[in-house]
Design a protein around this ligand. Structure first.
Ligand SMILES: Nc1ncnc2c1ncn2[C@@H]1O[C@H](COP(=O)(O)OP(=O)(O)OP(=O)(O)O)[C@@H](O)[C@H]1O
Ligand SMILES: [Mg+2]
Length: 632
């Protein structure tokens, strides 16, 4: 593999009129290719797990140190490799999975590009141990920067172990770009979850920094979902199962009561491959119709099986995007299957049975599914209605960055993406503009405050009036109070008379464990109580008790989004989430006393004029402006 780098990299002499194009040496070519395949530790995890699956392993162990920055190791009991293959596997375009161009259209394995190990070997120090069941001895190979450093015959168990150390040791820009350990570990757990969900009959374990986080015995799909996503779903899953000649769909969707405020537990697998598809996601969401509110996300894990010839998985190096020969049929099928499942379990009395029945009769879900039926399906008005452009459900492929502001998950999309930088700019400009107002703003106490649209508070000032946004204002008040608490100012706590115990999914439990001390400072007394379970012993005195579970669930969801998207400190993330949660929401009617308290508290804040997100908390209207407008 090692070409003569010296010769190839010799600086070209442009004085001479010679040819200038050189073939890149393997290690450089591999490193370039690695840029696409291995973006972060989690991408390497995905590739190694998939290789173990392709090797027909029944037991796959993942070992991580330092969020994958120091070590990612996958040990499997699969087929193993011969001595020659063990050397070959690190070459680019080296694969045992396809031979001819024809094979590319019938892919049944997870890998086929022959790029993953070559990429990994270009950006890490790799140790491979492998042995086939029929061989007496195994092979050990050490590769670094695409160059084989060592090769030995060794005694080894059947199967393969690949350890990659010091990822991106030779690509400092990449290494520095990696996020915090918590964020990278989160990505790793996500990839692990996706792979483990797709193969419930395989044993998986995940050990991070010598602690076993997951130990997933082989089982059925429902067991696997509960192992990974938490026992809370136990009685809350609805089974989906439809079979036709064209495609099968099976899996589970959550009952409407399982909805979350962020799209956490949503999984699509096509021929066992986890895929991202906004289009199919829409099909599921639309099947829930008015059973759930617009801004909530049901759990689903749906497995679609169809002829590999009608899907193209070779759209992107990470294979998470795929192209269907006929996406609309899949959309109709997914939507109908989920509707059918939800209706059968008569989850909701509000389900529109008439529409549902008409969907049921779509040829797309009748069997057997033939070409004629496909054409017939496409001709029906219902089908047309949900596949045509400009229909409410039609979605253009999203071009928006995935890094959305966390509030987008909770509030109207118009809020849009706002980077921290621009947030600070907004904050500063508002601060400056209002600096002068501060000095003159004088609320006239003897006038009654009034509430408009259960959203704003109208207050008269000596120079005009202000319109206070009740939620934004209250967020600001709580935010400052919590920041003080986080800095050490004690916060009044009420002990729970009936402490609530809360069971979390393993990954969430790990996050909460990390946050317990900080939460205590913010008034939440939480204690660990056995595996993945916690007891809430107390809450802040001014917060109504009873929905501790929901508060923590939301907190964890938001925290997770923060931790991958935005570089706020841990404390800032918690304080923002709690301020938002505890605030009086838009739509709540307020009494005179509440309004008084809110206005008083707001103007005692250090920065009363902006919410923690940088949006204004109130707008001021001056008499002169009004007079001008009335042309007086
Ligand atoms: N855990 C393993 N057990 C047995 N053979 C393996 C294992 N990992 C890799 N191999 C062999 O090494 C080859 C190269 O692996 P690599 O991941 O680079 O490519 P691939 O899986 O064929 O395609 P892709 O790049 O799409 O993943 C595989 O085709 C397979 O023959
Ligand atoms: Mg592979």
């Amino acid at each position: 593999m090692a070409l003569d780098n010296q010769r190839i990299l010799a600086a070209p002499n442009y004085e001479e009129l010679t040819d200038k194009i050189l073939l890149l040496p393997d290690n450089i070519a591999n490193q370039i290719a690695a840029g696409e395949v291995i973006q972060r530790p989690a991408s390497a995890v995905k590739e190694l797990l998939e290789n173990a699956i392709d090797a027909n392993a029944t037991e796959i162990k993942l070992i991580i140190t330092d969020a994958g920055k120091s070590l990612i190791q996958v040990i499997d009991n699969g087929s193993g490799m011969s001595e020659t293959d063990a050397r070959m596997c690190f070459e680019r375009h080296a694969t045992s999975k396809i031979e001819t161009i024809e094979d590319l259209f019938h892919i049944k394995t997870m890998g086929f590009r022959g790029e993953a190990l070559a990429s990994i070997a270009a950006v890490a120090q790799v140790e491979l141990k492998t042995k086939r069941a029929d061989d007496e001895t195994g092979t050990f190979i050490e590769v670094e920067n695409s160059v084989v450093k060592k090769q030995e015959t060794i005694a080894a168990p059947n199967g393969t172990s690949i350890a990659m150390k010091n990822l991106f040791f030779n690509v400092p820009a990449r290494r520095n770009f990696l996020k915090s350990n918590a964020a990278e570990m989160r990505h790793i757990v996500d990839e692990f979850t996706r792979v483990a969900l797709a193969f419930p009959h395989i044993f998986f374990s995940l050990t991070a920094n010598n602690q076993q986080i997951f130990h997933l015995e082989a089982g059925n799909m429902k067991q696997r979902i509960l192992q990974l996503l938490g026992n809370n779903y136990n009685t809350k899953l609805v089974s989906v199962k439809e079979e036709t000649d064209y495609m099968n769909i099976f899996g589970f969707v959550g009952k409407p009561e399982t909805v979350k405020k962020t799209r956490g537990d949503q999984y699509f697998f096509v021929n066992n491959r986890f895929i991202k598809s906004a289009y199919l996601n829409h099909a599921v969401m639309s099947a829930y119709q008015e059973m759930i509110t617009k801004d909530s996300f049901p759990m689903y894990a749906l497995y679609i099986d169809l002829d590999p010839t009608v899907v193209d998985v070779n759209v992107h190096p990470t294979k998470q995007e795929i192209k269907f020969e006929d996406e609309k049929i899949i959309y109709a099928f997914v939507q109908a299957a989920v509707k059918h499942a939800l209706a059968q379990f008569s989850i909701s009395p509000t389900l529109d049975f008439e529409l549902d029945a008409s969907i049921q009769h779509l040829p797309a879900i009748e069997q057997p599914f033939t070409k004629e039926k496909e054409t017939a399906a496409a001709a029906t008005s219902i089908f047309k209605a949900f596949t045509e452009k400009h229909q409410a459900h039609f979605i253009e492929p999203s071009k928006r960055s995935e890094l959305r502001h966390w509030k987008d998950f909770y509030e109207s999309p118009e809020l849009g993406v706002r980077s921290r930088e621009s947030e600070e700019n907004v904050q500063n400009s508002i601060l400056n503009a209002q600096y002068s107002i501060e000095k003159t703003l004088h609320i006239q106490r003897d006038y009654q405050l009034s509430q408009l649209h259960n959203q704003y508070i109208l207050a008269q000032t000596n120079t005009g009036f202000i319109l206070i946004h009740q939620q934004a204002a209250h967020e600001r008040i709580i935010y400052e109070r919590l920041l003080e608490a986080a800095k050490g100012k004690p916060i009044a706590v009420q002990r729970s008379m009936f402490p609530v115990s809360i069971e979390l999914a393993p990954a969430d439990a790990a996050v909460l464990g990390e946050l317990m001390n900080d939460l205590q400072q913010l008034g939440y007394l939480i204690e660990p109580f056995g595996k993945n379970t916690f007891v809430v012993q107390g809450t802040p005195a001014d917060v109504t008790q009873g929905n501790e579970k929901q508060v923590l669930d939301t907190l964890l969801e938001q925290y997770k989004h923060f931790s991958t998207d935005i570089k706020f400190s841990k404390r800032e993330k918690l304080v923002r989430s709690l301020a938002w949660q505890q605030s009086i929401k838009t739509g709540r009617q307020l009494g005179e006393k509440e309004m008084q308290a809110l206005v008083n508290d707001l103007f005692q804040c250090a920065t009363p004029n902006v919410s923690p997100d940088g949006n204004p908390t109130y707008l001021e209207f001056k008499k002169e402006q009004l007079e001008k407008m009335f042309q007086k």
